[in-house]
Design a protein around this ligand. Structure first.
Ligand code: F6P
Length: 303
């Protein structure tokens, strides 16, 4: 087993994985706590392989499970890694900036086709409970409206959006760009993907389709031509941007240090420009919603 600093560094130096996204371990998206005797099996496997520590990477769900497993006696540390950027106690998570870049590139492309054909283009991006990707990508593109789960799309807000789109058209601006996060509630309802056959341990609540529902609504209320694109899993793969590679490197080094110092039950975190750590307990069971001061900056350019 590798635990010595120079052995680990040599393994990393020769791995050639710094420019790869995804998981090289092929980890599932299944919580061991949802499987019968799952946590016991996990503890047994940990001891069977003679491991001394676990580094758990993931979003709020994964890190909450990690926190429970730590309480059960597993020596582990966490690293926040999700495109959603909704993990508490850290400014950014690994993967977020890459997803934002992919969504921004998509929006830039949509802008040219929107302008050519005088359409409202809607881009649906991921974000089940928070609209971080929508906010940052929308701001980077200068989007005309950004819809996030933090803001309920009730009748008043939907009417305001439609009025704004119509007013642009009347002012001779004949196209608009709207970004919508998958978890946005239209009239209090989230939109699910039509059910597909799935693994028995998988999450049954697959979101998706809010862009289409919104498009129908806008067309009906405004008479404008609307088209929809959904980025789906495209925003979750491919080559990581430089920022994510540096953040992953810094978090990896910090996790290794935490292990060497026997500081289990902690998660690496970014605060300002500083890499630090926080107890996993503080992260479990809740999400970090969009920073409204950032959203307000993007909002200045709506309309
Ligand atoms: O957790 C990140 C996330 O990208 C969510 O925004 C999205 O709803 C979900 O994953 C999709 O998960 P799955 O891979 O299970 O379909």
């Amino acid at each position: 087993m590798l635990f010595n600093r120079s052995e680990v560094l040599d393994r990393i130096r020769t791995s050639g994985i710094i420019d790869r996204g995804g998981t090289i371990l092929g980890a599932s998206r299944t919580s061991p706590l949802r499987i019968k005797d799952g946590s016991q099996k996990l503890l047994d496997t940990f001891h069977e392989f003679g491991l001394r520590a676990l580094v758990v990477l993931g979003g709020e769900g994964t890190l909450s499970v990690a926190s429970q497993l730590y309480e059960m006696g597993l020596p582990l540390v966490g690293i926040p890694k999700t495109i959603d950027n909704d993990v508490k106690e850290t400014d950014f998570t690994i993967g977020f900036q890459t997803a934002v870049q992919i969504a921004t590139d998509a929006l830039d492309r949509l802008r040219s086709t929107a302008a050519s054909h005088h359409r409202v283009m809607i881009l649906e991006v991921m974000g089940r409970r928070t609209g971080w990707i929508a906010t940052y990508a929308g701001m980077a593109n200068g989007a005309d409206a950004i819809l996030i789960p933090e803001i309920l799309m009730d009748e008043k807000n939907t009417d305001e959006l439609c009025d704004m789109l119509k007013s642009r058209n009347q002012r001779g601006i004949n196209f608009s760009i709207v970004v919508v996060a998958e978890g946005v509630q239209l009239g209090g309802e989230v939109i699910f993907k039509p059910s597909l056959p799935m693994d028995k341990h998988e999450d049954p609540d697959r979101l998706g389709g809010v862009g289409q529902v919104l498009a129908a609504l806008i067309e009906k209320k405004t008479g404008l031509h609307v088209r929809v694109s959904s980025l789906d899993y495209i925003q979750r793969g491919g080559t990581p941007v430089a920022y994510d590679r540096s953040l992953a490197t810094a978090f990896g080094v910090k996790a290794f240090e935490l292990i060497l110092e026997n500081r289990f039950g902690e998660m690496t975190a970014l605060r300002g420009n500083r890499i630090t750590s926080v107890p996993l307990q503080k992260v479990a069971g809740g999400v970090k919603t969009v920073d409204m001061s950032v959203y307000k900056i993007a909002k200045i350019f709506f309309g």
